[in-house]
Write a protein of this length. Structure first.
Lengths: 260, 260
DNA sequence: CGGTATTTTGAGTATCGTCAAGGCCAGTGG
DNA sequence: CCACTGGCCTTGACGATACTCAAAATACCG
């Protein structure tokens, strides 16, 4: 919520750490670096406001950003999370339809918009990256829709935790493995979770503790839960297959590997 | 659900009817026409299956398509609608993450995928169109999320109707104006609406009739409702402003114009 | 250690899901 | 022409779930 004035800026911005960008030709990465400024934000800082013309394109380097729509009464409604490698900002079209705020401490690469667009037009590879990025973002939004369409809060919460495990795994040490159990650090406060899942804080609390009472999760801290058996969580969401089971299997593999 | 074998095909495919494509250079439209096949689907026909590699890129010409995820138990979960000008299919990346089915009778232009991609790479204007298309699709998905996050079914239903009024207005005569009142033709069956809004058919029915009892809508047919005062519907959804109020205002203007 | 914000718990009520029955419409076959 | 059938929509009754309001407990921060 604070202003972003105390942002530390840093001209050096090496994109090769991001898997998607590593494959870009050297020349393109050089060109990107030339128009890039690195920025850091503290948890809670606002990065972009709804309705404003954002004159930069951002790529998340580390940390988690939340996209949110502002409501007339001043509250905010989370409509998605951004993690390392995700892009935000409106290419070819200025207006932001949601605001962006740091959910955790975060670093982003900011590209001057017109320069980025120009580079985009003469660099098919970069353009392709943008298109693929938009498509996975779209898939994620649809996964959210399925989770939100779950009639029961327990199911929505289970879906949310699983989404953190799968889509956002390996990001920012949100997911860690300890003694064959998966620990999830939830990067959102209860009010944010409640808005995101379409319910109230009380219901979130009750649902999480209901899962705990049934032995599906352990609540170590309000924002840190441990999942013993992912399969049981999957059972909670009822029907949908949550997109890929592939990424779930990767997670299970990770558990196997880390525990042995 | 039927197979798409009885599809009528037609080589002629004039894109200039679609607003977004009218602005493309003559040469690009010609090139597109060369790799295009026009197809027609009857309501209920399947156009693409989940998991399969769709070897074409589709652009909707008329009618409404629904995107849906298949659930293990065989049921389908609607995750979005496609209307005239919308694209579907996975550019640069084959696998479909949802199936596509005609919600109403519909016509689409199908482009051979590799040809389309090649054209894309050497036609920045077309590419820009694709990116913009993806971004509005993303915005729509986020609007859906906000609607789904509404804790009350009445609110979700009101949001759904408003979304039809705004995002899908002017499409396929879904929205018509009669004596200063707005008529909405709902292109989904009750089971589909229930899945989309995360509830059951009975609740949809009750919520819609509750809105009718309060005088907010009139139910002319199960799939045709009349909204007297849009502002009242907006009040039902509670807080969120549903993205643009601009498109709502355009609709109100339309009412004014048509009634006088 | 105190003060504040966040999270949790509790009790009562509204809403929604579930099961079961009935109505409406279109297509079918006598 | 009419009974029959099946799909879809609606209605009713009841139990489960979630929302509301209020208060307590816990975590967080200096």
């Amino acid at each position: 919520m604070r202003n972003s004035e105390d942002t530390t800026q840093n001209a050096k911005c090496d994109l090769s750490e991001l898997p998607d960008f590593r494959d870009l030709p050297e020349s393109v990465r050089k060109a990107l670096q030339a128009i890039c400024r690195r920025r850091s934000y503290g948890a809670g800082q606002t990065i972009a406001e709804t309705g404003t013309h954002l004159e930069t394109i951002g790529i998340v380097r580390n940390g988690i950003l939340k996209m949110q729509k502002s409501l007339p009464d001043g509250r905010q409604h989370v409509v998605g999370l951004l993690v390392a490698g995700d892009m935000f900002g409106r290419v070819f079209d200025g207006r932001m339809h949601f605001s962006v705020e740091a959910a955790t401490n975060a670093g982003v690469c900011a590209f001057e918009r017109t320069g980025f667009e120009a580079l985009l037009l003469r660099t098919p590879k970069l353009d392709r990256l943008l298109v693929l990025n938009l498509m996975t973002e779209l898939d994620r939004a649809r996964d959210w829709m399925i989770i939100l369409a779950n009639p029961k809060i327990r199911g929505r919460l289970a879906g949310f935790l699983l989404l953190l495990c799968t889509r956002y795994q390996t990001i920012d040490r949100l997911i860690t493995v300890k003694d064959r159990a998966i620990r999830i650090r939830i990067p959102l406060s209860r009010p944010d979770m409640a808005h995101l899942l379409g319910t109230r804080v009380e219901s979130i609390s009750r649902a999480l503790h209901a899962l705990a009472d049934d032995g599906l999760v352990k609540i170590l801290r309000p924002d840190l839960v441990e999942v013993a058996e992912i399969a049981a969580l999957v059972g909670e969401i009822g029907e949908p297959d949550l997109g890929d089971t592939a990424s779930l299997e990767r997670l299970v593999d990770l558990v196997q590997k880390t525990s042995e």
